[in-house]
Design a protein around this ligand. Structure first.
Ligand SMILES: CC(C)(COP(=O)(O)OP(=O)(O)OC[C@H]1O[C@@H](n2cnc3c(N)ncnc32)[C@H](O)[C@@H]1OP(=O)(O)O)[C@@H](O)C(=O)NCCC(=O)NCCS
Length: 170
């Protein structure tokens, strides 16, 4: 797929973003999040994000959202202000067609506009596609936190990846 349109998420996207996130929850390799999240909660989540935590949608050029991405400050500590955690989710039926790649490329491009000079990702070691996507975009594996959180009562590890951006002062 070439030229995948990407735009800022709008309030009307909250339900679709939530549906795609639910697929990740159900896979048990994408996120530590669990449970049901009512539509209201999804809307509040999207509306309540600060300017430093934008959400984007990849579309089919029309109304259909194929996937979404987000940046969020890595930490509330001021000395980490240049570091953001990225998130990329692609609808199950749209995976393997370059949508995730387009979303992550786009995040790498826009992150400096928000003052970020480094991106990190937290990926479960079992998440082959998530790690492949990160490596494809120049992220290096920092290491794996052991027993970092629980999914369905089971302790799970999480692998930290990082990439400095072009603007990095480091
Ligand atoms: C990870 C995810 C975003 C990838 O999105 P995608 O649209 O399927 O990925 P793309 O088609 O753009 O592929 C990106 C790269 O990853 C590789 N990749 C994707 N799926 C893969 C798989 N199942 N196995 C191995 N490599 C895979 C591709 O080969 C591609 O690399 P290449 O360009 O060198 O060929 C998608 O699987 C997803 O939404 N997963 C659930 C959410 C998640 O785990 N997010 C990651 C943590 S934030």
């Amino acid at each position: 797929m070439s030229e995948i349109p990407i735009r800022l998420a709008e309030p009307r996207d909250a339900a679709t973003i939530g549906r795609i996130y639910d697929e990740g929850i159900d896979s048990r390799i994408a996120t530590f999040a669990a449970g049901d999240h009512p539509a209201d909660e999804r809307r509040r989540w999207l509306a309540g994000r600060p300017e430093s935590a934008p959400v984007y949608c990849a579309t089919d050029g029309g109304d259909d959202v194929l996937g979404w991405s987000a940046l969020a400050p890595f930490s509330h500590r001021e000395w980490y202000a240049g570091v953001a955690e990225y998130t990329v989710y692609v609808s199950a039926g749209q995976q393997g067609r370059g949508v995730g790649s387009a979303l992550l490329s786009h995040l790498i491009g826009v992150a400096p506009e928000f003052g970020y000079w480094k991106l990190v990702g937290m990926i479960l070691p079992e998440n082959g596609p998530g790690l492949a996507l990160a490596r494809r975009h120049g992220f290096r594996v920092v290491g794996t936190h052991m027993g970092h959180g629980r999914i369905a009562h089971q302790w799970r590890d999480v692998t930290l990846v990082e990439r400095h951006l072009e603007v990095s002062p480091w």
